[in-house]
Each structure stands twice: as structure tokens, then as C-alpha cells.
Write a protein that binds this ligand. Structure first.
Ligand code: FAD
Length: 647
């Protein structure tokens, strides 16, 4: 049996229970010592890195190999909460190749009643066996757990962050040699700075030698209980870093303590506002006037559904991670943000689609509580009318956007004004309205204003790949009900408690940043496309809505610092002539100017991960997205493409 043969993506043979202690058959080892597991964590890991002293830092990053039951994380969280100042932040980034199932975790956590509350919070957001990175936000965003499900070297090699300390856990080197290879030690050193500490339960000679080889000063300490030794270490010699092959992707220096203005109070601006405020930034979120009521986030209902695409490129990976991260956040908000029953079917009306869906499902290998195939009889039962079988996503569904936005950043706290111009004097940004009055000042400005960003971004020939289009949907009172939502050449939402459902959406080219009139022909097109799946309804009850959708030509949002286009042109002119990028300088950015826009047709999925990504850039914390995804979202990518093509 392989690791994903189990019905929920787990190998059912993987965990064995020995006197109540989880035992990994795969590695022939216990997850923790039978005697005093909590005492061992305290002694080996927390004392080993002098954790109490680290808790006094305003931001703390602990990295770990081998998440296991999460006991090290839970202990560190508990200790940090007791010692850290209320505005401090803690990121724990951990890799795990074989995550436990929910049920096994619950059984393992039952041994630690003093950690029960935290363990339950962790389990509520536990991703299970889904490869890739997962962002888990706890304690109102003060604690970020970035869980990397996959092989240690590969996962760490794909990221850039600086750990304050490492917990080297995982099964013993003899049982799990993959975790204790030189290539992994190299990554540990690369992601450390001089002074970074580490601790491990193993004092095996090859581990000590390997870590010393990459620059750590390793000392043996007395082991816990019956164990003779464990180790602690400090990085003495920084790792040599080769010159970057993409110097333009280097991010600007973080801006902890900056005063931030977020222009835009749609889903992008509010997610950002909430995330920045949680991270302790003094933040003003700005909402445009009524004349900008075209904003897509004012739509009456939003479908939360993943873009499911095969492949390992940044594009499919970003949209998959965004969906899963968004579900975790949304599940933590009061359930009244959802309209109608959760659950979505993507039908497969013919064999070709069925085969493609089976291949996709096989490739993703997501647990069945996230994604599974259902047959036509289950589909019809759930939907309430005939429907081909297909992919079923129990967590997907229809949201009430206005309720969600209000929960993220309440309307009463928004600054209502139309920003027409930005200027910069004395190291600060001034935001001007249409009468050229300064309506706000800030150290950092983030353009989270959908299509409105086009008017405020510095102009240059290559542009930012932004495309503005119009879209239309309608709501109606159903005479029959849809028990779940359906996604097929558009979508029909599940019927809410008052009998209303939503159907959409169209996508048309549109040039003006301004109101879009309702087009009766667009409503007809939606009805024709979705004829097989719409509930019965009277046309008198129909209510159409239109708005502006802001996408990019590569269908990935813009999320990151805004480059200084003139300086970029000069710095990377060599790309036009095929010069080696390694010799090129670091990028010049517009100081303190960032943007988050181009969220396209799935903004309500994308915004949560992206808000954390931008907040982490500004606070200097590890990013939730790996390097390839981060680079693929940078606003400067279109200018770089043009330079490479000598355009
Ligand atoms: C018909 C249609 C159906 C859709 N359905 C879905 C769906 O089911 N699920 C989904 O996830 N997504 C859906 N989308 C896409 C989704 O709505 C967008 O991706 C998302 O709302 C974009 O959010 P945003 O915050 O980036 O921008 P917007 O919602 O456009 O918000 C922009 C904000 O910036 C403000 N602003 C703009 N310019 C200025 C300025 N100069 N000064 C001050 N303030 C300014 C505006 O007032 C507004 O507050 C749909 C879009 C359309 C058009």
C-alpha cells in the first residue's frame, strides 16, 4: 500500500498505538517518549534554544523539521503566550512529509490536557495530507503556523526566510535518513543567520558533523530522562549565497512600525486591513465614494470554489493554496457569512471530462472531506434535480460579501474619500483627493483598489498586465431549491433560507473605470448556459447586478512592492542584450509603495493568503507563499518580460 492509498489520503498502517503512544510503523519509531513527553520538549527544544529569551523579541521565527503531533509547536505557543509582549508576533514554520490524520492527532493530543484548547484550535485548521504549504492563523493572527507538507529539503529549498531558532525533530537518523542529509543541513544553514540557534534530541555523530560542516557550533547537552545526550548549536559562520539569477525579485527591506494607508475597501483592502492591524501596524483603510460602486466586492453573493488545474507551476499551486487557506479563515468566522448549504459539484457530463476529473483528483490526492468524486445519483440527491456525477467539494459554497467585509474591517472605521493622486515628500506619502486636498499621509501606501489601481500606479510602457472587464450575475426567488452549488460554464449557488439563489457570471471587455449598465442579453446568456441546473423561478423575481472585474493577462494577481519603472529600465537593460543577470543590481522600488490587485474572478479566495503575504513582506516574517509563487505575483514581472523580449 502506498502513502495515499487510504480512503482519506492516509496510509492506515502508518500509525500504530503502543501503550497509548503513537508509533510510526513506517519509521519504526515512537512520536515522543513514553515517560514525560512535555518535559522532554521543554528540556530538549525550548531550553536547548533558550526559548524564553527569544520570546522577548517583537517577532520570532522558529523553524522545525518534523511536525509530528505538533507537540513542540503547542508547547512553544503556550510558553510564548506566557512570556511575549501583547503586540509580539510568532511564526512557526514546520515541514512534515507524512502528516497524521485528524483522528490520530486527536488521540495523540488527548495525552496533554493542559494543551487541550490549543490542540483543538490546531486540529480545527489541520489540512491533513495535502502536499504544499498551508497557512494557519491562530490567536487573532499573532501566531502564524506555516505548515509545509512534503519532503524537507525540497520544501525549504523553495523558500527564503531567516529563522531565529530550529527544532530538529523527526524520527531518528537511522530510521529516517532522508531528514538528516547534508542537503537538509545546508538548507537549515541557508535559512539561518549568525546567532541562529538549534536544538535536537539526537546527538548522532553524523548529525553533529553535518551541522558543524555547514557552520553551526554544536555542543552536547545531557539528554532527557534515560537519553544520554542531546545537542544544541549556534550558527557561527554564515552560508555563502551565490548571486541571484533574478535580482529584480529581491524584496525591499521590511517596514515594521510603518503607518500604512490601504487604498480600497473591497475584499483585498479589508483582508489586508485586518491582517495589518493584527500584526500591529497603524492602518487606515480607504473606501472610494459612491461613484466607485462598480467595485466587484459589492456583489450580492460570492462563490467560494477553487480553480482546480493540474500541474506544479506557480499558477495552479497559488490558486489551490489560496482556496485552502481561505476556507480555513472563513471556517473560523461566524457561520452566518454563508448563504444556503455548503457543498459544490463540478459535473462531468461526458467521459472525457470524467477522465480529466479522475486524473486531477488522483494528482491532487486531497482528502475526501475536501474533494471527492460522486456519482449521478448522489449528485441528484444533493442538488435536488438530475445532475451528472462529478467532483464534489463539501467546503465550497456561497458567501454574503457585505457581512464578510464588515467582519474583517467594520464600515465605521473606514476613511471615505476618493484618492486621485499620490505625492511623496520628506519620506512620506500624501494622498490627495480631487480638490488636491491631502486626505491622508502614510509611510507605506498599498493600492488595493481593484481597477482603480490603474489610475495611481506609476506609468510605464510595459504596464502591469492589468485587464479590466465587466461582469453580470442575477439573483432570483426560486420556486424549487438547489441543495448545493454547481459550477459548470458559470455557477448556480445553493438556495438560501429565504429561497433566493444566485447565478452567474458573464465576462466582457470594458474600457471605462465607471458604472456598467445592466445588459438584458447578458442575463439571457447566463440562463441559456445554465438551463439544465437552474431551479424553477419567476422572471419577475430576477435582480441583475453588474460590476468591474480586474484581472491580469497571466491570471495571477499583482501582490508586492511597486518598482520604480525608470530605474528598473536602466538597471535591467542588460536583459535586452542577453547579459547575465547575476551581475545586475538589486531593484529600485517606489519607496513604500505596494499593490494588491488583479484578483480576477476568484478574489474572495485569493485575498486571504495575499493579505498575509503582503503583511509578512512589511513585517519581515516568513511569507506564506514559496519563492516561485512570490516571484510570479510581483508587479514588476511584466516590465521584466518586456526587457527580456527587447520590447
Ligand atoms: C459579475 C462578477 C461576479 C463575480 N463572482 C465572484 C465569485 O463568485 N467569487 C469570487 O471569489 N469572486 C467573484 N468575482 C470577482 C471578485 O468580485 C473580485 O475578484 C474582487 O471583488 C476584487 O476585489 P478587490 O478588493 O481587489 O477590488 P474591488 O472590489 O474592485 O474594490 C476596490 C475598492 O477600491 C476602492 N477604490 C478604487 N479606486 C479608489 C480610489 N482612487 N480612491 C479610493 N478608493 C478607491 C473602491 O471604492 C473599492 O472599495 C466576481 C466579479 C464579478 C464582476
Amino acid at each position: 500500500m502506498t502513502e495515499t492509498d487510504g480512503q482519506d489520503g492516509h496510509d492506515p498502517d502508518a500509525i500504530d498505538w503502543r501503550d497509548g503512544i503513537p508509533y510510526a510503523a513506517r519509521f519504526g519509531d515512537l512520536y515522543y517518549s513514553a515517560e514525560d513527553p512535555r518535559g522532554e520538549v521543554q528540556h530538549t527544544f525550548l531550553d536547548g534554544v533558550d526559548f524564553d529569551a527569544l520570546c522577548r523579541q517583537p517577532t520570532l521565527t522558529i523553524a522545525e523539521t518534523g511536525f509530528g503531533t505538533g507537540l513542540n509547536f503547542l508547547e512553544a505557543w503556550q510558553r510564548w503566550e506566557a512570556l511575549a509582549s501583547p503586540d509580539a508576533q510568532f511564526t512557526f514554520i514546520s515541514v512534515e512529509a507524512f502528516p497524521m490524520s485528524q483522528a490520530d492527532l486527536e488521540q495523540a493530543h488527548a495525552l496533554f490536557p493542559a494543551l487541550a484548547d490549543k490542540a483543538a484550535q490546531l486540529r480545527r485548521q489541520w489540512p491533513g495530507f495535502i502536499r504544499g504549504s498551508h497557512l494557519i492563523s491562530l490567536s487573532e493572527g499573532r501566531i502564524r503556523l506555516i505548515l509545509l507538507i512534503g519532503e524537507a529539503e525540497k520544501m525549504f529549498a523553495a523558500r527564503d526566510f531567516t529563522a531565529d531558532a530550529w527544532f530538529l525533530d523527526g524520527f531518528a537518523p537511522a530510521q529516517n535518513p532522508d531528514m538528516w542529509r547534508d542537503a537538509v543541513f545546508h538548507q537549515i544553514a541557508r535559512l539561518s543567520r549568525p546567532g541562529t540557534k538549534l536544538a535536537s534530541f539526537t546527538a548522532a555523530g553524523m548529525v553533529r558533523r553535518g551541522l558543524a560542516e555547514v557552520g553551526f557550533d554544536i555542543v552536547k547537552r545531557p539528554g532527557f530522562g534515560r537519553k544520554r545526550d542531546c545537542i544544541a548549536g549556534t550558527l557561527e559562520i554564515p552560508v555563502d549565497r551565490p548571486a541571484s539569477k533574478t535580482p529584480w525579485t529581491k524584496l525591499p527591506t521590511p517596514r515594521p512600525g510603518a503607518r500604512i494607508a490601504v487604498i480600497g475597501a473591497g475584499i483585498a483592502g479589508r483582508c489586508l486591513g485586518a491582517s495589518l492591524i493584527n500584526a500591529g501596524f497603524e492602518t487606515t483603510v480607504i473606501q472610494g465614494p459612491e461613484s466607485r460602486a462598480w467595485a466587484a466586492s459589492t456583489l450580492p453573493r460570492a462563490l467560494i470554489a477553487p480553480k482546480l488545474i493540474r500541474g506544479d507551476q506557480p499558477y495552479p499551486r497559488f490558486w489551490r493554496q489560496a482556496y485552502l487557506d481561505a476556507l480555513r479563515v472563513l471556517d473560523g468566522i461566524a457561520p452566518d457569512i454563508w448563504c444556503g448549504p455548503r457543498g459544490l459539484i463540478i459535473p462531468a457530463p461526458d467521459q472525457g471530462i470524467r477522465d480529466r476529473q479522475a486524473a486531477l483528483k488522483g494528482e491532487l490526492a486531497w482528502p475526501t472531506d475536501i474533494l471527492r468524486q460522486i456519482d449521478s445519483s448522489e449528485a441528484a440527491d444533493r442538488l435536488g434535480r438530475a445532475c451528472p456525477g462529478g467532483l464534489f467539494l463539501p467546503g465550497a459554497g456561497i458567501l454574503d460579501p457585505s457581512r464578510l467585509l464588515e467582519r474583517l474591517v467594520p464600515d465605521t472605521t473606514l476613511l471615505q474619500t476618493d484618492v486621485k493622486m499620490l505625492s511623496r515628500t520628506g519620506g512620506r506619502w500624501s494622498l490627495h483627493d480631487g480638490r488636491n486636498t491631502v486626505v491622508a499621509t502614510a509611510d507605506v501606501v498599498i493600492l488595493a483598489c481593484g481597477p482603480g489601481a490603474v489610475e495611481l500606479l506609476p506609468e510605464h510602457d510595459a504596464g502591469y498586465g492589468l485587464r479590466i472587464g465587466s461582469g453580470q450575475l442575477f439573483q432570483a426567488q426560486g420556486a424549487t431549491a438547489s441543495g448545493i452549488s454547481i459550477l459548470h460554464d458559470g455557477y448556480v449557488g445553493s438556495t438560501d433560507a429565504s429561497g433566493v439563489f444566485v447565478a452567474g457570471a458573464t465576462s466582457e471587455g470594458w474600457q471605462n473605470i465607471g458604472p456598467v449598465p445592466v445588459d438584458p442579453a447578458a442575463t439571457d446568456r447566463i440562463q441559456n448556459r445554465l438551463a439544465d441546473y437552474l431551479p424553477d423561478f419567476s422572471t419577475e423575481s430576477m435582480n441583475a447586478w453588474t460590476g468591474l472585474r480586474c484581472d491580469t493577462v497571466d491570471h495571477l494577481p499583482l501582490a508586492g512592492p511597486v518598482q520604480n519603472p525608470m530605474a528598473f529600465e536602466t538597471a535591467y537593460d542588460g536583459l535586452r542584450h542577453g547579459k547575465p543577470p547575476e551581475a545586475m543590481p538589486d531593484p529600485d522600488y517606489e519607496p513604500g509603495l505596494f499593490c494588491l490587485t488583479g484578483l480576477g474572478a476568484r478574489g474572495f479566495q485569493a485575498a486571504f493568503t495575499l493579505a498575509d503575504q503582503m503583511t509578512a513582506m512589511l513585517s519581515g516574517n516568513p511569507l506564506p507563499l514559496d519563492r516561485d509563487m512570490t516571484d510570479a505575483l510581483l508587479p514588476n514581472r511584466f516590465q521584466i518580460r518586456n526587457l527580456r523580449r527587447n520590447l
